[in-house]
Design a protein around this ligand. Structure first.
Ligand code: PLP
Length: 373
């Protein structure tokens, strides 16, 4: 059988390197609860993130949920429907109301020009997402937040290791959440973090992830259990050593797609924003049905016939999941609707052979040029 090409594949360090990293755990018998590997990873991430505090979690979603929780927000949170459902769940699971703002047609991130019209006396925060590693208009969002006394949280799950005008993307807003899930550019199998410059926020996050314990025998706030264990942290320490190579290999794949697919009418390729060092996490392509005469779904079906599995990512909008249809605040977000209906995220991972990229590009070019339809 032909080998299936999936949208992503996890990178792993050489097995010997991981074994070496976890060996001492058999001596120390300290497997979780902020052990040596955990603390070492915190220190390395603080330097990448250019922030004084990084709280590690067992996954990105709980990190985000914890962050929204310990900020003690009330009422409404302005956010984007063009994201992974985790972002919207993190708001709703804290009994807050997500208010959906439309996105920019170029970066697919929240349209900062449309935020202010959604602000009401009940608004307490903006939860924006750096989609595919494209970053939000961090300057304008901060201006709006300052003017209206709102908190700013970034879901930076897609933006690990990025810098904007020389500053780490982790240093914007009140806090940023990173996911270290197996499918991300940098992973700890499952894992996540909040980066922040706010000491109190950091301390509250540390309590939340450990049942609310402030110290032994003292709990002031209701917490949960979301600690990153030593085996996760050890995987992170290994993967960090290979990060530059990981990103370089991804970049080569992206450049190959760009070379092969440029100039096709009705096919919009990703671009890198000015001032941004990108991490090449995703390769989203917009197929304009009006211009092509065929839809994104037709192209996905044709690729599947060849054993290639791109993803409709993000589709549907989180506001269109049935659990959010009861939400009285579902706003009209036409740009996001259009992008969700037109996007296909193509296979992209460090060790994807460039010949496979050529094959995928060829199939797409053929369909678009009408040879197969
Ligand atoms: C991966 C991801 C999350 C969730 O992170 P997990 O570590 O899988 O819990 C949240 N938001 C976005 C945008 C993501 O891509």
């Amino acid at each position: 059988m032909q080998k299936r090409i999936l949208v992503t594949q996890s990178s792993m360090p050489p097995i010997e390197e991981y074994i070496e990293e976890i060996k001492e755990l058999w001596d120390s018998r300290w497997l979780t609860n902020m052990g040596k590997k955990h603390m070492q990873l915190v220190s390395e991430l603080c330097s990448i993130f250019q922030v004084p505090y990084t709280a590690l979690f067992t996954n990105g979603h709980l990190a985000l949920e914890a962050c929204v929780n310990v900020m003690n927000l009330k009422g409404e949170v302005i956010t984007t429907p063009y994201t992974f459902v985790s972002t919207t769940h993190a708001i709703s699971r804290n009994n807050l109301i997500p208010v959906f703002c439309d996105i920019s047609p170029d970066t697919y991130t929240i349209d900062a020009n449309k935020i202010e019209e959604l602000i009401t006396p009940k608004t307490s925060a903006i939860l924006a997402v750096h989609v595919y590693g494209n970053i939000c208009d961090v300057t304008k969002i901060q201006e709006i937040a300052d003017r209206h006394h709102l908190k700013v949280i970034y879901d930076a799950a897609h933006a690990f290791n990025e810098t904007y005008e020389g500053k780490s993307i982790a240093s914007f807003g009140d806090a940023s959440m990173f996911s270290f899930h197996a499918t991300k550019v940098f992973h700890t199998i499952e894992g996540g973090a909040i980066s922040t410059s706010d000491k109190r926020l950091y301390e509250n996050l540390c309590c939340w992830r450990n049942f609310g314990f402030r110290k032994e025998g003292r709990i002031d706030e209701i917490g949960a259990n979301a600690k990153m264990n030593e085996f996760q942290a050890a995987m992170g320490l290994c993967n960090l050593r290979h990060l530059d190579m990981e990103i370089a290999l991804r970049k080569a794949v992206v450049e190959q797609y760009n070379k092969n697919l440029q100039g096709l009418e009705g096919v919009k390729l990703p671009t890198v924003q000015k001032g941004l060092t990108h991490n090449y996490a995703y390769y989203p392509v917009i197929f304009e049905k009006e211009l092509l005469g065929i839809s994104r779904n037709d192209i996905a079906d044709e690729l599947k016939k060849h054993g290639i599995y791109p993803r409709k990512y993000f589709y549907p909008l989180t506001s269109n999941f049935s659990c959010y249809q009861k939400n009285t605040f579902v706003n009209h977000t036409p740009v996001a609707e259009h992008i969700a209906d037109s996007v296909l995220t193509l296979p992209l991972y460090a060790h994807l052979p460039l010949e496979t990229v050529d094959k995928i590009s060829m199939i797409i070019t053929d369909i678009v040029r009408g040879k197969k339809c």
